[in-house]
Design a protein around this ligand. Structure first.
Ligand SMILES: C[S@@+](CC[C@H](N)C(=O)[O-])C[C@H]1O[C@@H](n2cnc3c(N)ncnc32)[C@H](O)[C@@H]1O
Length: 284
């Protein structure tokens, strides 16, 4: 995928065309999935992600080389020689963490990239195994562990008040909205005062949302894919509210409109992501 135009950042919700509005209305034709099915998807969430990684292994997600462009906080900052700590939540097979690790261990990288000790977790034991068996995995620089970030498990792995940065990249959308608050509060406990959550995920009315067919809707803006994994589409207001109500201040939060060209299919793909930075306020 090649970017066609520079990204546009805005807090305005996308205006739908009449056809797009119709597509969203059509999604309601068969109503929401049954309560039984919705509960089962929640119970099977870990299993479904694990099967996803069994099927796709390390092939599905691309390395996320854009992170230092979008999040300058990942670049070098004065730390008196101490390593900062970064926690990648829902790390998958490590597409965010390994490019950063590679950069900081390369000769030239030492000067441009921040120095981090990395923690990485995922729900799927298979994904964590892929991270641990990556040739770059070195326990003096990174610890990967399996955990459900909506529970208290994470506190067995990382001491409270220890983290400088948490990254939530296309992860919250995979979690049921009723549990968003648990995630945000867990990260709050782990961060140092002033520590940052860096967030990027699907934005409201992204083309991936408009593409869902009737029968796939679990709740407003929450859908199930063919393989049982779920996807939520975020509005700027609700994400701001979520963080603000739980002890953070908003540094940035906006939709990113990105137009990319799928070279194989020759089609222009307009995407909408939501990207934010949230700072942990000191306890009052
Ligand atoms: C769309 S993938 C994104 C993976 C990775 N962050 C990336 O951008 O390449 C979502 C990831 O979140 C993980 N996940 C879903 N629910 C989770 C939970 N409750 N706790 C931890 N990880 C979870 C899934 O296993 C999956 O690896």
């Amino acid at each position: 995928m090649d970017a066609l135009e520079p990204d546009v950042f805005t807090t305005q919700t996308k205006e739908l065309t009449p056809e797009e509005r119709q597509k969203l209305e059509d999604q309601n034709k068969r109503g929401f999935v049954t309560e039984f099915k919705a509960n089962k998807l929640e119970i099977d969430a870990q299993r479904n992600w694990d099967i996803f990684y069994k099927r796709n292994e390390t092939r599905f997600f691309k390395d996320r080389h854009w992170t230092t462009r979008e999040f300058k906080e990942l670049l070098d900052q004065e730390t008196n020689g101490d390593k900062r700590t970064l926690f990648e939540v829902g790390c998958g097979v490590g597409n965010l963490v390994f490019p950063l690790l590679a950069e900081q261990t390369s000769e030239e990288g030492c000067f441009s990239s921040g120095k981090f000790y990395f923690y990485a977790c995922d729900f799927s034991p298979r994904a964590v195994d892929f991270v641990r068996s990556n040739p770059l995995y070195d326990s003096s620089q990174i610890t990967a562990f399996q955990c459900d970030i909506t529970t208290q498990q994470v506190h067995e792995h990382i001491p409270a008040g220890n983290l400088d940065v948490c990254t939530l990249i296309f992860v919250l959308s995979a979690i049921h909205p009723q549990k968003f608050r648990d995630v945000v509060l867990n990260l709050w406990k782990l961060l140092k005062p002033g520590g940052l959550v860096l967030f990027r995920d699907y934005g409201l009315y992204d083309m991936a949302q408009l593409r869902f067919k009737p029968g796939n809707k679990i709740a407003e803006n929450l859908y199930v894919r063919q393989d049982g994994t779920r996807s939520y589409f975020f509005s700027e207001q609700e994400v701001s509210q979520l963080f603000q109500a739980n002890g953070y201040e908003i540094v940035d939060n906006a939709y990113v409109h990105r137009r990319t060209l799928n070279l194989k299919e020759g089609v222009d793909v307009p995407r909408i992501f939501l990207q934010g930075k949230f700072r942990k306020k000191p306890e009052e």
